[in-house]
Design a protein around this ligand. Structure first.
Ligand SMILES: Cc1ncc(COP(=O)(O)O)c(C=O)c1O
Length: 459
């Protein structure tokens, strides 16, 4: 049994909260490839991006050199409502597993919106307000991002239009109501309300939607309505930047007790929580000051890192967004309908894609029934009902801890617990009723969508 000299929860004070975000790109020798204009095939300029995104966010998106960007006081005071978040020592999970490994998790679900998404939502809403905009549009998958953005917009008095992936809109009516309670309008995507939505519906009648479809609709609405901009909850450099608060706090908490992690694990949808959690650790790795094993965990049914292609692709299904160089399954890839575990995006952050390509991190994929088994074990011993997305990281952390049990190694494992699963109970119900199945796409299915990658010289 562990001697428990480290507290169950390492809390920091408000003073320990980061005053600046850390921009990992500043320390990367190989910078992430720039976003390209799909029309010209040339890197997008700030002028071209500003009809889509808020001006300051465009500047953050394009800034590959400034290591620290000050967090405005208005954002810090909002952060104080739920940050610093605790770093928890999973003593109970360690005991259950009988492992000599020391497991820690950074818990980002202790705010009303239920996940890490609020860290970037409040920043993006702040810059939209500062620019004098009327409102913002966005997409949401399972609804965590839409919920966080609705909450952030209501704080700053901004209008918020959310395009929610149809399958989630139907499966998660309560999440939708939370967004509406914060004042957002929520439309199931694909919808008849946009040109692109009508086109997608005509081509794929009965589709349950995808994040890629919802992004296309949200971008169309933002660009056609004066005073609106589009905001995205993951993938982009700016989102990873805002999420660096997770990693910076984790590092401060570990340093307080002189703990050096061996393995850092995060689930990977578009890459924002993982990019944020690993940021300061990856920075040390890039500067040659320390070494860590860093593992991205993705669903076997949407395996962009482990089975995707590193190429320029559209971030959306309607092919109206900029092209990003990333590990991708092709923008027309839609995970199978039985997939309930989240992390459904076809691509991955360009920053993380470059780091993975350059060998700075690993990736693994896990099947959803094994993810829910891990979630169930975690809930029973640690008491928190985890989001299915977060449970991918739990699965990998448990697997690494079990390897330590076999080898007798006392490794220190840190993983990101990005959110709670109280709105994901339809998925839990399927699991509890033994009705959850796994689906792994065939090579042919992936090849068919990868064959539709855009024809740019870089590809
Ligand atoms: C709770 C939770 N964790 C993780 C993710 C994955 O997103 P990202 O890879 O951007 O962190 C999501 C995304 O929808 C989420 O809701």
């Amino acid at each position: 049994m562990a001697d428990k000299t480290i507290p169950y929860k390492i809390y920091l004070s408000e003073e320990d909260m980061p005053k600046a975000w850390y921009n990992l790109r500043a320390d990367m020798k190989n910078k992430p490839a720039p976003l390209l204009n799909p029309g010209t095939g040339k890197p997008l300029t700030a002028e071209e991006l500003s009809p889509i995104f808020c001006e300051e966010l465009v500047a953050q998106e394009l800034d590959d050199t400034t290591p620290f960007i000050e967090i405005p006081e208005e954002i810090r005071s909002f952060y104080k409502m739920f940050r610093p978040s605790p770093l928890v020592r999973a003593y109970c999970l360690e005991e259950k597993l009988g492992t000599p490994a020391k497991i820690y998790y950074k818990f980002e679900g202790n705010n009303t919106s239920g996940s890490h998404k609020l860290n970037s939502a409040i920043a993006q809403a702040y810059y939209a307000k500062k620019q004098g905009l009327k409102g913002v549009t966005t997409e949401t998958g399972a609804g965590q991002w839409g919920t966080a953005l609705s909450m952030a917009c209501s704080y700053f008095g901004l209008d918020c239009k959310v395009y929610m992936v149809k399958v989630s809109y139907e499966q998660k009516p309560f999440r939708r109501e939370v967004m509406r309670t914060y004042g957002a309008s929520v439309v199931p995507s694909p919808s008849e309300t946009t040109e692109i939505g009508r086109k997608i519906l005509a081509e794929f009648p009965g589709t349950t939607g995808s994040l890629g479809c919802a992004i296309s609709e949200a971008v169309e609405v933002a660009t056609k309505n004066p005073g609106y901009r589009y905001v995205l909850g993951s993938v982009l450099n700016q989102v990873l930047l805002h999420q660096s608060v997770i990693g910076l706090e984790t590092k401060t908490a570990l340093d307080k007790y002189g703990i050096k992690p061996d393995i850092i694990i995060g689930c990977a949808g578009g890459g924002s929580n993982l990019g944020g959690l690993i940021a300061p650790f990856m920075g040390e790795k890039l500067r040659g000051e320390a070494d860590y094993r860093i593992i991205a965990v993705e669903p076997a049914s949407c395996p962009s890192f482990t089975r995707g292609t590193f190429a320029y692709d559209f971030c959306d299904t309607g092919m109206i967004c900029p092209l990003a160089k990333m590990y991708t399954l092709g923008s027309s890839f839609i995970p199978s309908a039985n997939h309930a575990g989240g992390l459904r995006f076809h691509g991955m952050s360009s920053t993380l894609s470059q780091l993975y390509h350059d060998g700075y991190m690993e990736a693994t994929s896990v099947e959803q029934t094994s993810v829910f088994e891990a979630a169930e074990m975690f809930a029973r011993v640690e008491g928190i009902l985890p989001a299915p997305e977060s449970s991918h990281a739990i699965r990998a952390a448990i697997d690494e801890a079990l390897k330590c049990k076999e080898s007798g190694e006392e490794k220190t494992i840190v993983f990101g617990l990005t959110g709670t699963g109280y709105f994901d109970l339809v998925a839990y119900q399927k699991f509890n009723d033994g009705e959850m199945s796994d689906y792994i796409p065939t090579d042919e299915e992936i090849a068919a969508s990868v064959a539709k990658l855009p024809k740019v010289p870089e590809n």
